[in-house]
Design a protein around this ligand. Sequence first.
Ligand code: NAD
Ligand code: MN
Length: 495
Amino acid sequence: MSTKYQNLINGKWVDAQSGETFETRNPANWSEVIGTLPKSAAADVEVAVKAARAAYEKWRLVPAPARGDIMRKIGDLLVQRKEELARLMTREMGKVLAETRGDVQEGIDTAYYAATEGRRLFGHTVPSELPNKFAMAIRVPIGVAGIITPWNFPLAIPTWKMFPAILSGNTVVFKPASDTPATATALVQLMHEAGLPDGVVNIVHGGGGAVGNAITRHPDVDLISFTGSTEIGKQITKDSADTLKRVSLELGGKNAQIVMDDADLDLALDGILWGAFGTTGQRCTATSRLILHEKIYDRFMDMLVTRTKKLRLGDGLKPETEVGPLVNEGQRKTVQSYVEIGQNEGAKLVAGGHAAKGPGLDGGWFHEPTIFSEVTPNMRIAKEEIFGPVLSVLRVTSLEEGINVLNDTIYGLSSSVYTRDVNKAFVAVRDIKAGITYINVPTIGAEAHMPFGGVKQTGNGHREGGWTVYDFYTEWKAVYFDYSGKLQRAQIDNY
Ligand code: NAD
Ligand code: MN
């Protein structure tokens, strides 16, 4: 059954002005069309930005605790529809039901956090240097936020951005990835139902070039929050420079897990299987490199290859499935090209390596979980983000070498170390260059109330999640009250 989805602009469901459409399909069974979407363009963005701008002037005056009440309602509706949304998401992008339920749960957690933040949004009061004078700094909203998101967390990532943006008093023009527009529309529909005034949230569907670019270049869009590839992140930085927008970027990764010779190997094995092959490796925090201490290298590789070959591929809606398909044909081609690159570079293919075939697999974009051993740090498969079920394994002789290898990348999102030695763990926390470090936890598994983001070319220094994201969606206003009744000149009359 294919559903017709539309844009939401100023509280009304509408088609693209051009009348053009595109489809979203099931990557586990590509002949299944899930829905048709408006293929929008700059003209549609124009109307959406106007609506968001007009709505902003009213929304910014709604008390933050009242904005929080709507957030709580959104959280409640997400709880009610968790299963329905998870199933739609699995059909639309392929990851298994346990993971899509987790994706919705992250949205629920983010909504309830935002609801309570409506009663905080703390500012500062500080003493003035002059008598009979009062000084404080308050948070104010910024305006219209352009939200541009990828397909791998079709619900959670939009909520990380839209909920704090809206709670802070901004309004939103949202362009979801064109691989997961149905899930995004279901989310926006629910936000609209929860009682957000018309124009506070607008969704415009379409391609990155047409719709995304119109948002990033629009003079009346004040901020951009983007999650996606490093390449597009750089492009957006340039496009938004003409109007000096505030821009938050969450980009690529080449995350690694180190396993030391003193580690609990069974625990490290469960960790790497989940980190490398969960979401079919299509997570910004996926473990793409495994760094093994030489003393446990051979033993751990045997354990790892045996378990990897047993992973069950299939439709994510089936309860027995452990690994779903890649999101589309292009992603599978990218993965296949990296398998070839790894072989040409002289790495040893020890598991997988092919598009997966067989009953239940032929109609989708499945690829075998793949492992290369004897990878060296200068190989492309050790350096470049693959965004698929391909793991590169490197050998080291010490923690210090392991950390150097881990840091030898242009990215710096997530990292993991398995060790039972608390001293080694603290050295790793100190010396690893990444936005997130896990000890005895895989590289995936961020919690919604913690800062999320990376260093180096993973981003531009902003953080999502928790209290930190509110720094991005608010501007500081310094306020001085002088109740002395006379002109008091700071730095002059008091010295
Ligand atoms: P992508 O960069 O191709 O697309 C992301 C979004 O940007 C999509 O909505 C796309 O339509 C839009 N877009 C494309 N070109 C644009 C342009 N010129 N102007 C404005 N918008 C444009 O990424 P993807 O393939 O959807 O997602 C995979 C990438 O996302 C990976 O590199 C992955 O590491 C990254 N990612 C990062 C995080 C993180 O938090 N660091 C999370 C998830 C995914
Ligand atoms: Mn799809």
